[in-house]
Ligand binder design. Sequence first.
Ligand SMILES: [Fe+2]
Length: 474
Amino acid sequence: MIILGINETSHDASVSLIKNEKILFAGHAERYSKKKNDWYVNDNLIQDALQYGKPDYVAYYEKPLLKRSRLFFSGGLGDWLPKFKIDNIPRKSFKHHYSHACAGYFTSKFNDAAIVVLDAIGEYNTSTIWVGESEKIKLRYKQNYPVSFGLFYSAFTQLIGLMPNQEEYIMMGMAAYGDWTRYYKQVDKYFPKYNKQKYNFHKGINDWGMQITEQDRFDIAAAVQVVYEQRLNDFMCMAYNLTGKENLVFMGGCALNSSANTLLWNIFSDVWIMPNPGDAGSSLGAAAALYGKHIEWKDPYLGHDLGGEYPVDKIIDGILKNGIVAVATGRAEYGPRALGNRSILADPRDPNIKNKVNLIKEREIFRPFAPVVMEEYANKWFDMNFNSPYMQYTVKCLQPEKIPSVVHADGTSRVQTVNKDQHLGLWTVLEKFYKITGIPVLLNTSLNIKGQPLLNDKNDIFLWEKKYNNNIIR
Ligand SMILES: [Fe+2]
């Protein structure tokens, strides 16, 4: 049975194709349309998916009419009507939070887990807890609009002058530069309990009442991050007690908050966050929901295929010579992080590299960069007793003086660990770099310009090389 999963009318449309338990393809609309956070799928994306097989069913990631009724109730922000056209194939829709839950649980190795979904809003659900046992997923707790972890975070993202539903990750990065104590009391009043908020955040914060200076933006971000982490901790402890499970699957846009995710390891014995936990991961979730069983998760390299062997020696030569290389090869990552196939890799020892890469990417100068480290050395370089193959956790760096370009202002790093099975090519690059320098770490950031999607295909490479006059290794 071949199933085409689709999500659109949200802030990050995507398509997935599975054949029974095998994932054949999963890709983001924005990488084909070149519109960041594109809401709708496009023909090029669907054609790329369909070369792997002709679907018997289409699975859609939410219930359009239910969403329509909520949009009416909440004042009409958003869209609900899917626009994709695939004729003569039966289709089935699943609830928004159920698609998230299936994307997480059915890609996990668990046969027994608590599943927590936190996002801005689905149709009506904003926070749900499910129990996964064998191939069954059952709802145990729900919290509905307008109380919402995601809307709280997005409203403050907007308050400090960033784009809600898009630039939450920038606010998370700004938090490290702020003094959280300055605005903690004010922010805490907006979200005093995990099931209680001051008002509906859907239309933003309307009673802040103070001028916001440049420093305030960072201090507010820090306070929001602290309050968010405290409420998340409360919610996760409740989920642990309610379900009695030791394994956690965490999904929804809130699971992209890598600074907060680290606390999950204090509550649960094992944690799985699918590398694409936001709505873009729900095309795979809907397909898995229709299949109704676990699917085989190998790695996130599921998108457009550029082909080619991993160019290990060219990467090493480039880094040793210039300090920075751009790499585009093989299949594109499914998820927001570049994990080696559409990446800029750089020497983490050079403190000036951070500024150079920020200039290439046209990003704000405060923005941090992440390290990729050989899994076997991860706990010598970072304070962690778990692996992080998809850059989902932020932890303290133990040797910041040796790798200054991948350490944030608060001494932490958002780590990607890699082993031979996950990505042999990238692991071999790190091993060679380690043998030469004694450092098993490289800087790894996405191959894109700020505000633009990751590079995807040959034409993107051609345009980049022409515009910036530098070669991309492939
Ligand atoms: Fe969602």
